[in-house]
Write a protein that binds this ligand. Structure first.
Ligand SMILES: *Cc1c(COP(=O)(O)O)cnc(C)c1O
Length: 395
């Protein structure tokens, strides 16, 4: 199973970091391997997944949505019902426990939309760890409710005012902090990106999504699904769903990237569909850069998809054809958002609203017996201001 010993998924991945971080990455890799072999660690993770996060999350048959579309049967994996309202907490819990085991007392994290910052701060409060969250000043403005949630759970938010003042700049700052404080500090990375072993560790903690979904669909329908669909920012909620089905070759994977204002406009975040191979934040993968090798500004209505890179395992899936990737625009995502609100009374986050839009299109052309599982990676409370403004509603 990939990655290989050097942390590569085919030609993607690896460790492109300053010398000072090499030993920290090795230490993390060793500690992770030991934790995985330790029944007590697994027990504690599973116990807190159940009683703190609220797992397993339901696999809900969206009958009203399916009926309205009149095609395949659509099942929602309800990560929106996890504590703090998104899948990010699964990984934050796993890495928090790992950091404690390694004797690290200080946690740093980066956040774009604020969801990972909230998850990291929440877990640190519960485990009694100091927490510092780097966040672009532009993102702090766009996502102020999440800034307050992070502060309320006792973490410090450090504004980042370099570059475009968004997620990629916050990651740069977090890496800089880690280089200087690596002795007592764990960098709690929020997606399946960064240098090895992060893409592997985050995937494995998020794989609980797919493990549960696999058991649930077999119990409820006696068979595997035909399609798995999920939105792709860094790629953690999608890989978490896909990974446990990797060897089920009849289960098709579809990743949905942020098409922003349209792929022809340059204002989007579709790294897999439009990017080229390069190195960003310690890993080799598809990424969006200009002709001078500089990282391009990205755009998406969904703050959690607004990132110029993508996890290396997705690049491998793309090249090998194991998964298909498509893009959904801002306007289409809003349509997906409304559709789920109207048919099911569920307000999705704008990120999975991209996946909902595509699933509605896909389901329409398929017979009713076909099963589609879509990852509802988060709930929409954080996005109400963006959505009401975009739809021209009064609050
Ligand atoms: C952060 C986020 C995403 C995107 O991140 P991935 O690593 O691609 O999963 C998607 N949905 C929600 C709700 C998020 O908070």
């Amino acid at each position: 199973m990939l990655p290989d010993k050097r942390g590569y998924f085919g030609e993607y991945g690896g460790k492109f970091v300053p010398e000072t971080l090499m030993s920290a990455l090795s230490e993390l890799e060793t500690a992770y391997a030991e934790a995985m072999a330790d029944d007590d660690f697994q027990k504690e993770f599973n116990h807190l997944c159940r009683d703190y996060i609220g797992r397993p999350t339901p696999l809900y048959c969206a009958q009203q949505l399916s009926d309205k579309i009149g095609g395949a049967t659509i099942l929602l994996k309800r990560e929106d019902l996890a504590h703090t309202g998104a899948h990010k907490i699964n990984n934050a819990l796993g890495q928090g426990l790992l950091a404690k085991r390694m004797g690290k007392t200080r946690i740093i994290a980066e956040t774009g939309a604020g969801q990972h910052g909230v998850a990291a701060a929440t877990i640190c409060a519960m485990l009694g760890l100091e927490c510092i969250v780097y966040m672009g000043s532009e993102d702090m403005r766009r996502q102020s409710p999440n800034v307050n949630r992070i502060k309320l759970t006792g973490a410090e938010v450090r504004p980042v005012t370099s570059g475009s003042c968004t997620l990629k700049d916050a990651i740069n700052e977090a890496i800089r902090d880690w280089v200087s404080n690596v002795q007592n500090t764990h960098y709690l990375l929020g997606s399946v990106v960064g240098p090895h072993p992060y893409p592997m560790i985050v995937r494995n903690f998020q794989a609980i999504i797919g493990q549960e979904a696999r058991e649930q669909v077999l119990a409820d329908y006696g068979r595997l699904p035909d399609y798995l669909v999920a939105c792709v920012g860094g790629g953690s909620n999608s890989i978490g769903l896909f990974h446990p089905f990797y060897n089920d070759k009849n289960v098709k994977f579809i990743g949905v990237e942020a098409g922003g204002l349209g792929l022809e406009t340059n204002k989007h975040s579709a790294a897999l569909l439009t990017g080229k191979t390069g190195v960003l934040h310690g890993t080799k993968s598809y990424l969006m850069e200009n002709e001078h090798g500089q990282i391009r500004e990205t755009h998406s209505i969904a703050p959690g998809l607004d990132y110029p890179g993508v996890g290396p395992e997705h690049s491998y899936y793309k090249d090998s054809g194991r998964a298909t990737y498509i893009a959904v625009t801002d306007v289409q995502a809003l349509e997906g958002f409304k559709l789920l609100c109207d048919t099911e009374g569920i307000i999705p986050a704008l990120e999975p609203a991209h996946a909902i839009y595509h699933v509605a299109k896909l389901a329409a052309g398929l017979p009713q017996e076909q099963l589609i599982i879509v990852n509802l990676s988060g709930r929409g409370d954080k996005d109400l201001e963006i959505v009401t403004r975009a739809l021209g509603m009064e609050l």
